[in-house]
Ligand binder design. Structure first.
Ligand code: SAM
Length: 255
């Protein structure tokens, strides 16, 4: 039997695929789920994603007064994090969303119009690994449930560092390693059976949700991801587990 694993292979869920292949497969997943993405987030996380995103925004602490604050939300999808930042901050906070999926971005634009936030929010299609923004152009950078989908995490972190101004804040919200005995077993059972089943009922296809669950298990653990952020040059890197490590928020500062 030939071993198909080689240096160029990367994880797409539990499958190894060529590194040139992964992003296309990820894009297929999000083009399929875009229309039902927000509804599915509520169902799959039983509403918890709202609390986790609010914690992320509290840590970012966008200025509430007149100060200007240019923020970039990468893999921002339908704008859920961007809208929370705008609502938490003052009138001169502006958010740019960059996401590789035109379908997710279209959904985000539609939502921003519906919520009356389009004037302070810009939606762009772009890859986290090669951002189309000048060096040192943002005060803050967030990426929520996005970085595990990126093929080369180190390149995405290098780009985050490049586009932040010195003193700018990097924050990443991502599914992580559960650190509470027994909760891990319950969480595994729920993830691998209930989530694809809910996906199938709501969207007619459980496969994209199987990938989303598998990709959580192949993402680096909290301490390893912390080291990757430090390797990208960020200072004062730390993380906080939420809900027993179901998700973690990693933080770092651009020097
Ligand atoms: N941040 C949003 C949220 O928390 O609701 C959306 C998260 S969704 C699970 C992941 C998003 O990452 C999708 O919108 C997908 O298109 C985007 N994505 C995947 N690979 C990307 C890449 N290389 N660059 C930018 N966005 C990417």
């Amino acid at each position: 039997m030939t071993d198909k694993t080689n240096e160029q292979d990367v994880a797409f869920g539990f499958r190894q695929v060529g590194e040139d292949e992964k992003q296309g497969l990820v894009n297929e997943v999000f083009s399929k789920v875009a229309a039902r993405y927000d509804q599915m987030n509520d169902l799959m996380s039983v509403g918890l994603h709202r609390l986790w995103k609010d914690d992320l925004v509290t840590m970012l602490n966008p200025p509430r007064g007149q100060a200007t604050f240019e923020h970039l939300d990468v893999a921002g999808g339908t704008g859920d994090v961007a809208f929370r930042i705008l609502r938490a901050g003052g009138p001169n906070v502006r958010v740019t969303v960059a996401d590789i999926s035109p379908e997710m971005v279209a959904e985000g634009k539609r939502r921003s119009e519906a919520e009356g936030l389009l004037g302070r929010c810009r939606f762009t299609v772009g890859n986290a690994e090669s951002l189309a923004f000048p060096d040192r152009s943002f005060d803050g950078y967030t990426i929520a449930f996005g970085i595990r989908n990126v093929t080369h995490i180190d390149r995405a972190l290098a780009e985050a560092y490049r586009v932040l101004k010195p003193g700018g804040r990097f924050l990443c919200l991502e599914f992580s390693q559960v650190d509470v005995p027994f909760l891990d077993k319950i969480y595994d059972a729920y993830s691998f059976t209930a989530i694809p089943a809910i996906g199938k009922v709501v969207t007619g296809d459980g496969q994209p949700y199987r990938y989303l669950v598998e990709s959580i298990r192949t993402f680096p653990k909290q301490d390893d991801f912390e080291t990757m952020i430090e390797d990208a040059g960020f200072a004062r890197v730390s993380y906080r587990n939420l809900t027993g490590g179901v998700v973690a928020i990693h933080s770092g500062w651009r020097v």
